[in-house]
Design a protein around this ligand. Structure first.
Ligand code: PEP
Ligand code: MN
Length: 348
């Protein structure tokens, strides 16, 4: 249920409404807006409470929410959520977030080089996997804790916040110690125990869409994290499995404007996993930003042919620079900024 409070309500009036909600054994989530404040009521649905709340002073209207997710819904929280990931970088504001780096952290000097290269091209976050979900148990599965330490050091040296995947509750302390953002990968979108645990963590979480995840399932997965008290969730569209085999995944561009309509959470486009093909990454990155994404996750490697994972979708440093200039042109058209990147003359 959502309680819309009239604009003349004082902070004390709001407290009074919150207290009345809590008396019914439900939780009240206050969202203070510039024009109106909204109180989201979480708890068992009881239609008779609509009249009870409507009768309270300074209540303008009361609406029942039929969607199964509440805290992530835009009804509960009309303003966009902006997630602060540290070092002056935010996700969800006017400035686009660009998380770039290799699929896997391969060794110390490699991640340091990658950090320097992506920063020079205008990225504002560094990515790299230390725990890799691989289809084959014989493939390179990441450097584990050693990789986390290299990533954190490379981020520090370049001044970029870092993001890395957490696959298991077992490694949550290590990932929280070394990473600014916890990535929950596509294969763990519905690992509900893991979602509960990152919901208790004091770190932003980027939740990728599952390979066959429906939008509602994805938003409900995000709800798990918010329900544990962590409001700093970023969604990431990384493509879904379809009947098409000409590319690795089908990047679902529709998801971006739909998620923006349904939720206040920021959303990142990942055209690297979304396509699996290096030649498609730049056009799909541009499409993601044009559709309203708050940023990009891009795999970059100095020598994609010899990458330990995902070489086929990794941009070289040079191609990444070209991509950033193309994206800057689109960013300007949709009134977003990409500081430090000059758009191509024709697009400006
Ligand atoms: C990754 O970011 O390297 C990754 C494994 O992504 P996804 O979970 O989307 O497959
Ligand atoms: Mn990858």
């Amino acid at each position: 249920m959502i309680i819309v409070v009239s604009p003349d309500a004082s902070p004390e009036d709001l407290d009074h409404i919150v207290a009345r909600v809590e008396e019914t054994g439900r939780q009240a989530h206050l969202s203070v807006g510039t024009e109106r404040s909204i109180i989201g009521v979480i708890g068992p649905d009881d239609p008779s409470l609509q009249d009870t709340f409507e009768a309270l002073p300074h209540v303008e209207s009361v609406h029942r929410v039929t969607k199964p997710y509440k805290l992530v819904s835009r009804d509960f929280h009309p303003a966009n959520t902006i997630v602060d990931v540290g070092l002056g970088v935010t996700v969800g504001g006017t400035e686009l977030a660009v998380m770039a780096g290799p699929c896997s952290i391969e060794n110390e000097s490699h991640i340091f080089d990658a950090a320097r290269a992506v920063k020079a091209a205008g990225a504002n976050m560094l990515r790299g996997g230390a725990y890799k979900p691989r289809s084959s148990p014989y493939a390179f599965r990441g450097l584990g804790p050693e990789g986390l330490a290299y990533l954190a050091a490379a981020g520090k040296a370049s001044g970029l916040p870092v993001i890395t995947e957490l696959m298991s509750v077992r490694d949550i302390d290590a990932v929280c110690r070394y990473s600014d953002v916890i990535q929950i990968g596509a294969r763990n979108m519905q690992n509900f125990i893991l979602l509960d645990e990152v919901g208790k963590a004091k770190k932003p979480v980027m939740l990728k869409r599952a390979l066959a995840g429906q939008i509602e399932e994805w938003l409900l997965a995000a709800e798990y994290i918010l329900a544990q008290g962590n409001p700093d969730v970023i969604l990431c569209e990384r493509g879904i499995r379809t009947f098409e085999t000409a590319y690795r995944n089908t990047f679902d561009v529709n998801a971006i404007p739909l998620v923006k309509e349904l939720s206040h959470l920021p959303i990142i486009a990942d055209p690297s996993h979304g396509t699996g093909k290096v030649g498609l990454v730049t056009p799909v990155a541009m499409a993601g930003i044009a559709a309203g994404a708050d940023g990009l996750m891009i795999e970059v490697h100095n020598d994609p042919e010899h990458a330990l994972s995902d070489g086929a979708q990794s941009l070289t440093y040079e191609r990444f620079g070209v991509m950033m200039r193309s994206v800057a042109g689109i960013a300007a058209a949709v009134e977003r900024t990409l500081s430090g990147v000059r758009a191509p003359v024709a697009a400006r």
